[in-house]
Design a binder for this molecule. Structure first.
Ligand SMILES: Nc1nc2c(c(=O)[nH]1)N[C@H]1C(S)=C(S)[C@@H](COP(=O)(O)O)O[C@H]1N2
Ligand SMILES: [Mo]
Length: 258
């Protein structure tokens, strides 16, 4: 990862912006959690739920919530927009067939107390209707290159709260994102999915996403390596079990970042 340069006036502006947005994230995060009915969720979680959410009692929930917000304050570095460059096209799994943009829809499977809930579908307009977030962060590939990119999209957390997916899902501990042809798939822990810099992106460097960079919608989550930034998302499922992940199945670390 390259370190941000010595502050220039531009950087100072960026830093202040990131300080402000961190505060905004925190406020937004608290509001979202309330909206998610987080307390009910925390209190009703089974205790044998796995290492990620090892809650034993409602008392533990207090500490858990603080840790959640502290770790969500760990933000990937942001850069002046002028540093953004075009990334190479890397990874075409799941992008083999031509994209039918008109037919595309995002399918979302929730998880309720009795298992998976009926699939809901969303259009790109539904995603664009969410607060527009811009961010200039570094895309890092495990192959050893990285590039600063300017992204525009919706926060995954806004998607979940605005469309009330979490109440329908009872806030499952994992998220599975899959290309329409199911050839590429990524698993995320919920904490990473709800991180304030985890975006469902539809623009890159000032242009709508091109097909090879993941149109119409891709994930960007800069605390993790590029392998998690799935392009051309076709479906999202909230799951109780750790979902399959293309590169984790081939020996890479399941988290591939924080
Ligand atoms: N659908 C899909 N998404 C994918 C991949 C892929 O093969 N298929 N490769 C990943 C990898 S390894 C990287 S580094 C980034 C690269 O994104 P870019 O092509 O926009 O530079 O996409 C990620 N998302
Ligand atoms: Mo990569």
């Amino acid at each position: 990862m390259s370190t941000p340069q010595r502050p220039t006036p531009d950087d100072a502006v960026e830093q202040e912006a990131s300080r402000r947005s961190r505060r905004a994230f925190l406020t937004a995060g608290l509001a979202s959690l309330a909206a998610l009915g987080g307390w009910r969720w925390l209190a009703t979680r089974p205790t044998d739920d796995g290492a990620l959410w090892p809650l034993r009692s409602v008392l533990d929930a207090n500490g858990k919530i603080s840790r959640e917000f502290l770790s969500n304050a760990d933000l990937a570095p942001v850069f002046p927009r002028s540093r953004a460059k075009a990334p190479r096209v890397n990874g075409k799994l799941g992008l083999k067939s031509p994209l039918d943009a008109a037919a595309w829809q995002l399918q979302v499977q929730g998880l309720g107390p009795n298992g998976p809930t009926p699939v809901r579908t969303f259009s790109l307009a539904d995603i664009r209707a969410l607060p527009r977030v811009e961010m200039t962060t570094e895309l890092k590939c495990i192959e050893g290159w990285s590039v600063v990119v300017h992204w525009v999209g919706a926060r995954f957390s806004d998607f979940v709260t605005h469309y009330q997916l979490a109440s329908a899902t009872d806030l499952a501990p994992y998220v599975h994102l899959v290309t329409p042809d199911q050839q590429y798939y990524v698993g995320l822990d919920m904490q990473s999915a709800l991180h304030p810099q985890t975006l469902l992106c539809y623009e890159m460097n000032g242009q709508p996403l091109t097909s090879e960079h993941g149109a119409p919608l891709r994930l960007v989550t800069p605390l993790k390596y590029g392998i998690k930034h799935i392009k051309r998302i076709g479906s999202i499922a909230f799951t109780a079990q750790r979902p399959a992940d293309y590169w984790a199945q081939r020996g890479y670390d399941w988290y591939s970042g924080l």
